[in-house]
Design a protein around this ligand. Structure first.
Ligand code: ADP
Ligand code: MG
Ligand code: MG
Length: 909
């Protein structure tokens, strides 16, 4: 194909083993367009077409329809001519018509998020030409029927009017099926299809007040604009926000010659994966339908058949279908069309090798000829993601760095989450079997509508089938169950992408939306009833089933080992108990970056002593109460040190305001008064005395230790004695004592002196010593600015980015929930700064603090212990800032280890 200069800017063509664009251009052409171009260029049979760039979408949003048509009209006309000459047919021609599809495609794949129109260019005259040309009247009218239906829905807004309403076109079809006593779309006669076309057009006229457009060019422009509009539709906006994709990316529009899977029994369509998207197993797999167009597979209306023989056999076993019936009614493509299968099998290998990643492909067979319509890196579960990356590495398709970069950090989360407790499962009553569409375990209460998923704390969304409108509810639900649809149905694909448990195609379920009931055999379940799903086996279980922690695969271990090989920055954990410390150690934590001592005081036997300490009027009384607390604290620390097997443990001194510990209810106040032999009034007075207008900025952090030095003394004693006790047992640990919430140099110095004096006293008493560090949190902006002075005395810094964010923005963490969502909605903030570190603003203080601290003490140890320590983009920032470690909750440790490696690799590229 010769490249015309003037069609290069806004419109890129592909087809016949050539293309203007390539897979490098996904930002401009969208993922679908870029890959269509690439496939065409490497010789895969792709129907010819062209892509209108994402930039035009942005222009459309700025300038509107007329101006944009003006901008691209000539290019689009030339590109259509190009398709015409490659296909030997003419757009809008009555003798030899060319039909096209109009498909959306953003730079990242958003499955089913935006709309596609097939068979465009057909009308009352063209349909006759199409019938004559293909010698297939049935097919021609079926295509026309489909076109009006899709164009009507996507471009003319012919959608259900309310959620329990049915699609206006579906309604007409159901009506006719009933009248004719048939079940399937494929049973319609030519006359039925003609009637449908007539009735559809009538319905459009009635509802919109306009005739259905007959001019192919008017149809084409209408569809192009509808794709642009879909970028700002509710579904796309929700998906974008969920993933944090900016609104100005826009979508490309792909216009492509139609190929027909609905031309009869020598035609068909399907979806396939180069590897198993659920488990990662290196097995080509997929599903297809004979005599169907692409949307039939995705919509899950008919149950598709398996592509490979082995897949078909496995499927039949689950569905309890014997071999004779399988071969008669559900043969695999491999058995039914062996030549087509071989060709497809060849392309899937070429494409996987070309993209060096698992591919998800769409194909259509038109009268015995195979066409590939799409390829993309396949969505997969967390488990599959890890296995595929490690396998591709072993197969030599990618190197270690590439394998690490291929892993999506947040998706590891799925692997670390619960599965069913096998003991609870033994008693489980399996009520039905569906397809294992997306692995994992889920238990919750039945809801039948996506917008009601938040009705219960744990809900299971039960649908006949799902549609893109259900996305938000699917995200909220713990699991998804559908009665229809295969492994590539909307529900299955979306659930796998979300890492959400899903069972699809459970044909034994009868779902009634009106009565809100689910019937299996003669048993009826209602909204609010408990149900459990096993997404790995497809089992549907009655009632609630206990879940437990998962076992980690060998590949997961390999990935973590590889992460540590490349990761430079260490990963520690935030843990307050020996139990948490052990979990984190198993996840590979290299020490503890934050132990909050206050949590230890809330346990029943301790809170009493703590309250006595707080209510004490004299120093003597206070010391008495602290003496009671000492052995308990010491024991806790011993447990934690032991669990961490000699790794560094940072312990923060008491931080929260004291009023958090005193009783606020009359009954408990009375109880305390009795225990302490004081009057109720005395307790009340003390509680009132501790009341603060703004406790977060009040008497807390090192302000406690500086006003009540005996608290710091007791805590230091507990820490140092615990370390000495362990030393006697042969375990060497090096505690890092951390002073919270300092703003001035003096605040730190006073605490440091108390700590060191106390330690020295104990060393003398015990005639033994241990190494320890004294450092501080940097969580008040002033501390970051004074870091050079503070570092004169501090052994380490740990950025407490929760408080630092609160104080830098001036947002109260406890009240921000009221306005942050609105701020994000209005675009004042892009993300919640308590979740994702604000690198631009708060990040400056982190940088300044680190730089100034190290200007005094070049070897100063620096880390982070806020929630951000386990959030991928924030962890990367910490690496770039030169931190020695991040510290995060135990379950995020593997994620942070991976990101640490990815950050180092990215920096070295
Ligand atoms: P989605 O992004 O929702 O998958 P697509 O644009 O890929 O939307 O199209 C929806 C369905 O229509 C797919 O199954 C696709 O294969 C099919 N399709 C799209 N274009 C054509 C075409 N030119 N010929 C035949 N089928 C097509
Ligand atoms: Mg597609
Ligand atoms: Mg803090």
């Amino acid at each position: 194909m010769e490249i015309l200069d003037n069609v290069k800017n806004r419109v890129y063509r592909f087809g016949n083993k050539a293309a203007d664009g390539s897979s490098e251009m996904r930002n401009l052409l969208g993922g679908k367009g870029a890959n269509l171009a690439e496939m065409s260029a490497i010789g895969i049979p792709v129907p010819p077409g062209f892509t209108i760039t994402t930039e035009v979408c942005t222009e459309y949003n700025l300038l509107g329809k007329d101006a944009v048509v003006e901008l691209i009209k000539e290019d689009v006309e030339k590109a259509i001519e190009n398709i015409e000459s490659l296909m030997g047919a003419k757009f809008g021609d009555q003798e030899n018509p060319l039909l096209v599809s109009v498909r959306s495609g953003a730079r990242v794949s958003m499955p089913g998020m935006m709309d596609t129109v097939l068979n465009l260019g057909i009308n009352d005259e063209v349909v006759l030409g199409l019938a004559k040309k293909t010698n297939n009247e049935q097919f021609a009218w079926d295509s026309y029927r489909r076109f009006i239906q899709m164009y009507g829905g996507v471009v003319l807004g012919m959608k259900p009017e309310s959620k329990d309403d049915i699609d206006p076109f579906e309604e007409i079809m159901e009506h006719l099926k009933e009248k004719r006593g048939i079940q399937l779309d494929t049973e319609f006669t030519i006359q039925d299809l003609k009637d449908l076309v007539y009735d559809f057009k009538d319905a459009v006229k009635k509802r919109t007040g306009h005739d259905f457009p007959t001019n192919p060019w008017e149809q084409l422009w209408g569809a192009i604009m509808a794709v642009f509009n879909s970028w700002n539709g509710d579904r796309a906006v929700y998906y974008r926000n969920m993933h944090g994709y900016p609104a100005d990316w826009g979508t490309a529009v792909n216009v492509q010659a139609m190929v027909y899977g609905n031309m009869g029994n020598n035609s068909g369509t399907g979806v396939c994966f180069t590897r198993d998207a659920g488990t990662g197993e290196n097995k080509f797999n997929g599903e297809y339908l004979i005599n169907a167009q692409g949307e039939d597979v995705v919509a899950g209306v008919r149950t598709p058949q398996q592509i490979t023989k082995i897949g078909s056999e496995r499927w039949a076993e689950l569905a309890k279908i014997d071999e004779v019936e399988r071969i008669a009614n559900y043969p695999s493509l491999e058995e039914l069309m062996p030549d087509i299968f071989d060709e497809l099998n060849g392309y899937q290998q070429i494409l996987e090798n070309h993209y060096c990643d698992m591919q998800d492909m769409e194909f259509t067979i038109q009268d015995g000829k195979l066409w590939i319509l799409q390829t993309r890196n396949g969505k997969r579960t967390g488990a599959a993601m890890v296995k595929i990356a490690m396998d591709l590495l072993k197969e030599g398709l990618i190197n270690e760095q590439e394998a690490l970069l291929q892993i999506e950090p947040n998706k590891l989360d799925e692997l670390l989450h619960p599965v069913f407790d096998p003991n609870a499962l033994k008693r489980a009553h399996i009520i039905a079997q569906g397809l294992p569409a997306s692995p994992g375990a889920a238990t919750g209460k039945i809801v039948f509508f996506a917008d009601e998923a938040s009705k219960y704390k744990s809900s299971i969304l039960v649908r006949i089938e799902t549609s893109p409108e259900d996305l938000e509810g699917m995200n909220i639900a713990k699991g998804i169950l559908t009665a229809r649809g295969g492994m590539t149905s909307h529900a299955a694909v979306v659930a796998r992408g979300m890492g959400k448990c899903c069972v699809s195609g459970a044909g034994a379920l009868k779902i009634n939306y009106k009565t809100r009931t689910l019937t299996v055999g003669d048993h009826e379940y209602h909204e609010g009833d408990w149900i459990s799903l096993n997404g790995s086996t497809g089992n549907i279980i009655e009632g609630k089933v206990a879940t437990m922690e998962p076992e980690l695969s060998g590949e997961f271990g390999e990935l973590m080992k590889l992460s540590d090989k490349y990761g430079i920055m260490k990963v520690r954990t935030n843990a307050d108990t020996p139990k948490d410390a052990k979990i984190a150690r198993n996840f590979g934590a290299d020490g503890i970056g934050l132990t909050r001592t206050e949590h230890m005081f809330f346990e029943v036997d301790r809170i009493k002593a703590m309250r006595e300490m707080i209510l004490a009027d004299t120093l003597k009384e206070r010391k008495q109460a602290l003496d009671e607390l000492l052995p308990m604290q010491r024991e806790d620390f011993e447990g934690i040190f032991e669990a961490m097997e000699g790794k560094s443990v940072t312990i923060r001194l008491l931080d929260p305001p004291l009023h958090e510990f005193v009783p606020h209810q009359l009954a408990t106040q009375k109880e305390l008064a009795e225990q302490m032999h004081i009057s109720l009034q005395a307790v009340k007075n003390k509680v009132a005395e501790l009341e603060e207008f703004n406790p977060m900025l009040g008497h807390r952090g090192c302000r406690l230790g500086n006003t009540y030095p005996e608290i710091t003394e007791m805590q230091t004693r507990a820490i140092i004695e615990a370390a000495l006790n362990l030393k006697e047992r042969g375990i060497i640990c090096k505690p890092e004592i951390m002073v919270p919430l300092i703003g001035t140099v003096k605040e730190f110095e006073m605490q440091e002196q108390i700590i060191r004096n106390t330690a020295n006293i104990i060393f003398k008493e015990r005639n033994d010593s241990v190494e320890y560090l004294v450092g501080t949190m940097i969580e008040i902006p002033r501390a970051a600015l004074m870091a050079d002075r503070i570092a004169e005395r501090a052994d380490f810094f740990s950025f407490g980015t929760n408080d630092l964010t609160q104080m830098t923005f001036g947002y109260s963490r406890d009240d921000a929930g009221k306005f942050l969502p609105i701020y994000i909605d209005k675009g004042i903030l892009q993300v919640d700064p308590f979740e994702v570190l604000d690198q631009e603003g708060v990040g400056q203080l982190v940088k300044i603090g680190t730089e100034r601290g190290r200007s005094t003490k070049p070897q100063l140890k620096v880390g982070i212990c806020g929630e951000h320590g386990g959030e991928p983009s924030s962890v990367e920032f910490c690496y770039r800032t030169g931190m020695n470690y991040v510290s995060c909750s135990p379950y995020r440790v593997p994620i942070a280890r991976l990101v640490s490696a990815q950050a180092a690799i990215k920096a070295s590229l």
